[in-house]
Design a protein around this ligand. Structure first.
Ligand SMILES: Cc1cc2nc3c(=O)[nH]c(=O)nc-3n(C[C@H](O)[C@H](O)[C@H](O)COP(=O)(O)OP(=O)(O)OC[C@H]3O[C@@H](n4cnc5c(N)ncnc54)[C@H](O)[C@@H]3O)c2cc1C
Length: 402
């Protein structure tokens, strides 16, 4: 029998996961990736809830445990460098299945698991997509033409497939009112903690200590009207926004600029697409439903969505019905997580001076037991929001032999 073929656009978390799960149900995949290589490093992220469970089912845990960030102590400062709070996250999060790692390490682990089972074409894009009933015609940027049974758009928040096949960016990308930037630099910070956070009204800087004397930096700041701009090395913008912040923050931005580090800088956008599929073209991961970094579940939901998509394709004779069933199963948790992102953004980075001082007051004065309970509850409610209710248990365990 002919093996069905999926063209997957994007070799990120969603695309690689989709290839792995499709292989389990007998499909072949061709992954098209715009970048010249699968970027290593990248920003720090956490994996918990359904995403953690899907990673376990994929047999990824051993690899991920090797590259996880082991955090013992976190210190929170105000903009003058006054210490507000010192926390040992590991102690009070120990009952959770939870790990922190770099995006590039997750992508590398997924690629190692997947590459033998699928074709990966780097430095390639989709030039044209045509719907032909139960087939899709795909023309690639290198001129080659492919007839596929399914196109999976896993090309991230600014998906070109979504723009071409589903809806214009202006109809689906909803700004949260913040911008963010992430990069890594040599570690010049003295305090011996694994995570340092500096806050000022309307902005926050977080630094994770990495191995080999490096530091992963994340800045988030309020920006009511989005710009959708930013040259690839926009350290000048960062230096301007954080010009009154603590010297440590300014020094790290200056080091990033001096070293000309690759900088990820963008507006924070929710993606709310009216539908996730058209014909045999389907959106997954951030392309379908970006929930932003405010919720620590974006990568997890990208992996979960890939598993659900393959599960539905495996159950349904009719691929169109499978795509509709996949969307129906994912819409609930995605809607809850997006609402959560909207609601908690203003606590993560308070816009107003009063909100900022209230936050600092709470961090400085709340007994650590209460704060630990607050962080635990917050993670619990995030995991609850991301659960697929009964659908998660309907996911088949993957075949062990493959
Ligand atoms: C700073 C930051 C912190 C975050 N923290 C967390 C966290 O703690 N926990 C969590 O779960 N999530 C977190 N997220 C969200 C998470 O990283 C994303 O939800 C997840 O990476 C989405 O995966 P994806 O595969 O859909 O998209 P991406 O990971 O963005 O991958 C898209 C891929 O498609 C490729 N591509 C793009 N356009 C094209 C094209 N036209 N043709 C071919 N290829 C293309 C890209 O090069 C890329 O490889 C964070 C995000 C950010 C930015």
């Amino acid at each position: 029998m002919r093996q069905p073929l999926a063209v997957i656009v994007g070799a990120g978390v969603a695309g690689l996961s989709a290839a792995w799960w499709l292989n389990r149900i007998g499909w072949q995949s061709l992954i098209i990736e715009r970048a010249a290589n699968l970027r290593a490093g990248g920003y720090m992220m956490s994996l918990s809830g359904p995403g953690y469970e899907v990673a376990r089912r994929m047999g990824l845990m051993e690899r991920l445990q090797q590259v996880r960030h082991r955090s013992s102590e976190s210190i929170y400062f105000d903009k003058h460098g006054r210490e507000l709070l010192r926390l040992r996250h590991r102690e009070f999060l120990k009952e959770f299945s939870y790990l922190v790692l770099r995006r590039g390490d997750l992508v590398k682990a997924l690629a190692e698991m997947t590459r033998a089972d699928c074709d990966l074409r780097l430095s390639t894009e989709v030039a044209r997509t045509e719907l032909w009933g139960d087939r899709v015609g795909v023309t690639l940027s290198d001129g080659s033409a492919i007839e596929a049974d399914l196109v999976i758009a896993a090309d991230g928040v600014s998906s070109t497939v979504r723009r071409e096949m589903i809806a214009a960016d202006s109809d689906v990308m909803k700004p949260l009112g913040y911008r963010f930037a992430a990069y890594d630099v040599p570690d010049t910070l003295a305090p011996n903690a694994d995570f340092l956070s500096y806050a000022a009204p309307g902005r926050i800087s977080e630094f994770y200590k990495l191995s080999k004397g490096r530091l992963a930096a994340l800045h988030v700041w309020s920006r009511p009207s989005p710009t959708r701009q930013g040259p690839p090395s926009a350290f000048d913008e960062l230096a301007d926004v954080f010009r009154d912040d603590h010297l440590n923050v300014r020094n790290i931005i200056a080091a990033g600029s001096r070293e000309e580090r690759p900088l990820l800088i963008d507006d924070m956008m929710l993606v709310e697409a009216p539908v996730w599929s058209r014909g045999r073209v389907v959106l997954t991961g951030d392309a379908a439903h970006c929930i932003t970094l405010i919720s620590g579940q974006g990568a997890g939901m990208a992996m979960t969505g890939a598993a659900v998509l393959a599960d539905e394709i495996g159950r349904n004779e009719n691929v169109r019905q499978a795509l509709i069933a996949y969307e129906a199963r994912m819409r609930g948790p995605i809607g809850r997580l997006q609402n959560r992102s909207r609601n908690i953004a203003r606590w993560f980075v308070p816009h107003s001076v009063i909100g900022f001082h209230l936050r600092n007051f709470a961090l400085r004065n709340m007994p650590s037991r209460m704060l630990a309970r607050y962080f635990r509850r917050s993670l619990e409610s995030e995991i609850l929001a991301s659960n697929l209710s009964d659908a998660q248990d309907q996911l088949a365990e993957p075949e062990k032999s493959r």
